[in-house]
Each structure stands twice: as C-alpha cells, then as structure tokens.
Design a protein around this ligand. Sequence first.
Ligand SMILES: [Zn+2]
Length: 786
Amino acid sequence: KMRWAVGIASAVALAALVMLSVGGREGERMGEGDKSSSLMGKVGSMLLEKSQKLWKDDANVDPSKKGPQEDQDALKRGFEKAMVDGDGSINFIKRLQDIWFVEDQIGSKKISQGAESVATRLQISGFPQDMRDAINADVDPCDDFYEFACGNYDATHQDIPKFKSSKSLSWDYADKMVRESETELFKTDPGPAGLYFRSCMDEDRVNSLGAKPLAPWLNLIDSVKDVSSLVHVVTELNKQDIDVLFSWYISSNPRDSSTKSFNVGPGSYSLPDKTYYTEDSDEMEGHRKKLVEVAAKFFKLVGREDAEKEAKMVLDLETRIAKYSTDRDKERHDHGKPITVEVLEQQTPSWPWRTWLQKLSSCTSPPDGSAKVCESDYPSLLEVGTDKGLVLLLRDEKYFDGLEQMLKDTSLEAIKAKLRWNVIKGAAVYLSADFIDVMVEYSKDLYGIQQKNPRPRKCYYSTTSDVAWPAAKLYVDKVFHVANRQAALEMLEGIRSRFLESLKKEGWMSPDDRLAAQSKLEKMFFQVAWPTDKDGKADWPVESRDLDGLLGSDYFSNYLLVNRKAVDRDFRKMNEAPKRRSWGGSTPTEVNAFYGPNNNGLWIPAGILQAPFFDASNPDARNYGSIGSVLGHEMTHGFDDSGREYDERGSLHDWWDKETVEKFKERSSCVARLFDSYSVAYRHVNGNLTLGEDMADAGGLKFSYQAFMAAKERQPEEKRVFFTAFAQTWCTVERKKGVLNQVLTDPHAPNKFRVLGALSQFAPFAEVFQCPRGSPMAPAERCDVW
Ligand SMILES: [Zn+2]
C-alpha cells in the first residue's frame, strides 16, 4: 500500500479544514455506521472527526469554524474546488497526506484508503480529460500502474467488436484516423490503390465467381506425379509468393550489409506456433481438430472427394514441419549459415536445389493464362551460393535434416494436399463468402474472432497491405500533417543526445566498446514519415509507381498480380547493392515504428505521428511519454540482445570484447527473469523471446524521460502525465484466445507487462509517484541495462 513519507503537522491539517470550511454531522463516527457511501463523504467524515480532535487542543482556532455545520456536501464542494484548482490541488494533496497520517495512527484503514483515493484523484485532476477517462483512481499507482492508468478503459471497453480479437486505446484510435481518411481517398483514386480497393468492394462479382479463380492453380497441383513435376509446380507457386516445404527470401547480408543474401529457411505451418502441434493438452488438441475441420471444409468447397483424409494429411505434415523447426526464442539469434549449393544438396539430397533455382530463374507465363509480369529470365538466381552470386544462407540448419526425412517418407498425395491447403488458405480472403465463412471459423478458434470484417474495413486492410506503396503515397500527399515530421526529428535528436550521454557513463563496458557504441548511435539514420535520401529529400521507391496501369477490376486477378510483381521486383534487384534507407516490408501509413539492425536505421512512419501518440496541441509531457518512448524504444533496439550483435554499418560481427559481452548478458538476463515471472492465461511469458522488446521498452522510457526533463524545468504534474501517457499507450482489452496466442508467438510481452516491467525498473517513476521501496512498482532490486 502507498505510504506517504511525511510527518504530522496539525497546523497544515487545520489549514485545509479552514480553507474548505468544513463541518459534519455531530456525533457521526467514522468506520462504523458509515451512512455516507460516497468516497467524498467518507473523507469528509474523517476530516470532521480529525477536526474535533485537533480543535480541542488548539485555542487559536476561530470558534465559528469549529461548530458542526452542515453536512458533507460542503466538504464535497471543497474537494471539487480543489480538484479543478490546478496547482492548488498539489498543495492540497500534501495536506491530505498529513491528515491521513494522523488517521492511520488510530487505525481507521478504510478512511485512509478513502483519503488515498481522493489524493490520487487530485494527482490526476489537471490531466487532459481523455487521459483521466482511462484511469482507475481507486487503484494505487504503486501497486499496479497498468490498472491505475488503464483500469477504467479496460472496464468500459469489454465490448470488443465481433470481428476483432482486441481493443486498444491508442493504437485503435490512430489506426482509425488513418483508415477513415484513406478509405475516402480509395473510393475515387484513379491509381492502383483505388482500383484495388474498388475491385475488393465489388462483392457481387467476387461472390459470383465462387471457387472458379482457384481452378488453374488446383489443376496445376493435380498435375504433380513425380519429383520433377513437383519442382515445377513448387516454383510456379513460389513465383506467386507461396512457400510450401521450405521458405526462401532475398535480404541484406547480415554479415555484410553492403551486399545481399539469398536465404533458405524452414517451411510454414498454419497454426500460430509449434506448441499448437506438439503440446498434449485438450486445448491444443482442440485447435488441431479445428484445423482438420477447416481444411476439410475448404477441400470440399473446391470439390475434393477425400476431403477429410487430405485434411488429416495436412495436419500430419504440418506437425512434422513444426517439430523440425527451431523454437521462436532461439530463432531470434539464428543469422543463417553461409553455404554453397553443393552443401545444400548434401544436406537435403532429395530436393533438387539446382533444378529448383533453374526453374525459378525462368520468366514463365502464369498458369491462369494472365499476362507475364517478368520481362526476362533472372540468370542471377543460377549463381546463388557460388563465388559469382549472392551468398546462400541456411536458416535453421536442423530443419533441413527433417525436410530430407519428410521428402523420403511422405507420399506425393500428402504433399499435394499441403500444396492445395497453402494455395486455398492464402487465397480464401480474396474469394466468395463461403470461403470467408470458413476463414472466420478458423479465426474464431484461434483468436476468438466471431465475425468477418465489414467489407470496407477488410478492403482497406487488403489494399494497404497488398498495394501498400501507392496507398502510402496517397496518404502522405493528401492527409499527413507535414509539421509533425519536424517535431519527431527534433524529439529523436533530443533522445539520441541523452542516450549518448548515458553511453559515455556505462561503467560495465570497456572504454573501447563504449566509444564504438556511441559511434553506432551517432551513425544511426532516421527515416521519418516518408522515404527520404541521405540529404532528406523525398525518395519514393519504385513500388509506389510500378503498378500504374497494371490493375483491373477483378479482385482475384489483382491479388495474383501484385504478389507476382513483388517476387519479380526482388529478383530483378537482387544484384543491386541494398538501399540502406529502403523501407523494406513497412510503409509510411503503418501505425508502428521500426529499427533495422541490418541497416542501423530507424523508420518512423507517418501513420504513428498523430494523436494520441503525438499532437502539437497536447502537453509535451504527454508527447514525450507516448511517441517519445516509442522513438526511444526503436533507438534502443540497436543495443538490445540481438541488435547489439550488429555494428554501426549494420553488419554482424563481434565488435565488443568478451568481458563487455559477459556483463551485458548478466544484466540482460535480469530482464529475462523478470518477464519470465509474469504469466497470463496460465502461461508464462517467455522472457527470452521478449527480451529484445523489453530492453527496448526500458531504454525508450528512460531516454525519452531524460530528454523530457532536459528540455525545460518540469512540474510534478507534468512528470505524472509523462508516465501515465507512457502506460496509456498500452491500454488494451483482449480476448483470451488472443492473449494465449500472443504469449506463445509474439516477441512483445502482453501490454500490461510491458507497462509494469518497464516502469517498475525505472527509479524516477517511483520517485514521482512516491512509491515506497518494496512496493510492487518500486522493487528493492532493479534490472538495469542501458
Ligand atoms: Zn520493438
């Protein structure tokens, strides 16, 4: 419980009483009878009793103020006055603390709590109304700051829309702002984004086609009769960005960020995590059963006769893929093993890798008879894994032993079932209502979602993910407040300078490593709002215009085309040096922010540079607490347990000496243990999976707070606003199934723990809220990395 470190001061207590001209009904005793149910009433009665006790000993008090005047309403009015009284309320809290202390002596706990709660209300009385609306002031900020900052939001937002698995105060609001303005633009935009959106909105057309658009692809899969035809079909699906038994992608080379790499990794499974396949529990068994049901329904919809049997084959094969894959927390540190094609062939001899690359490199016509997207073959693919070509990186080496086993003892029929499943599952949301209904059933089981998205909402997300760049350009050109970009850049520099100061003082690092870390931070580049070159000039990527003139009015054909185009782009650019400032998979409309370890850069999309994260008309304490902490979070990723492995150019190598690494591990394991100790829905958070994010949260909070404090002199209330805004970024209500999913799959801990974990480890928080040492939000021992 909260304890106030103040001594007794009857004069102050009296001053409060006089100011409020308080009285109460004679003879009413506190703690018993308790006629008044309102909080203010309770505190009023407490003050009455105290006043009688104190006045008896104080001859100087004006007799007219002593009498039992009136009732508690007078006191209530006094409190209300104090609450709207700005700075006056701060002083009032202090007086209240004194009174409470006296009261505590005589053991009236209930009253103490009442007074404490009033004190808490006074602490937030100057906050913006919408921040106050989310707060539950009956909760002690030192006990559970998440419940304090978000308790009322959570209590009043249990009505999660049926098509969602969670509701979030800040993220939903910003997302809605972007979505509504963009959707308006899509309705009339003559470019690819508008065309795509409107093709999606043409539900009648989509429904009238039924399963027809899938036919060419399913026929293609039917044609598989041996390994050679299987390789052909797999490459055709690969060109459509569909992976099957293994995955592959082109990215920067982690060990040399000035070059690219060709990565081959484990195959995909459908359920969210391998636990869903391997755990022997009723719950997980239920999910597996549902997967089989859903697959069987899809297979029936496309006319498969042995739908049930094939669906079981899918589960069996996916279970093996899951079992052979590395655990998520270990995968974070797998940077891929450089190998040659020969070695890959030895690793998995049953897959003809060279033939696969050869077929992948040829510019073929899509099996559905639509026009080619490619202009010519991609000969560079033939050089992958040789001296002349891109380095070949094997991700999750062990998986490929499993793949060899699977290829040897899995029937062609089972593999074909898996191909069909991957094609249908990926395409379902682009198809008619019967397919979408099955998808909803699947999401219901996994995430608790009850209903499909309203069509405009669905089409908005489909457009911004599939035609992301033309959509983003539209938003930045027409909606975004340009001034917010400059504000974010200034904030970033402020936070960076605090981080630099702090690095200079990190005693656990060797002096050389300290210097190298500063240099890395200084070289970190910022991409803010929209893509820019190194001189800060707008630099929109080719993706924002290369779909011009290619899209039509058929949703499914558009979907196939944009995916094929994405693969074609990667192949065509594979021999170009990576563009360090490229936005990769993210775009300016996202309500999110990113750090790229392989580039040592920060991406802060326009989508997040708006209320409630940032608003020029908000108190800057709120902006620092919210967007400032987000910016600091991304910056700290450069130095988290994974980011620290990359140097200032974004290349992987040991740039720290052994001792610094040891000390870092010692410090970071404290954070991992802290998060291991949190659990939700009967499952523990995996502190090793969430370590990078948890460290980023801690650093983001610290350096944003320092920047906020350095900017000018701060009042106590501003500090409280800062921390509350930080916490309110994460107010969320979530369906239970969604939470379970998150604990097993998400490198971010559940939001509540992000708040508790970061704030409880940050000493200034406890000072500002006067949390006694040893209270939940102010533990005696703290973890400290950066
Ligand atoms: Zn992060």
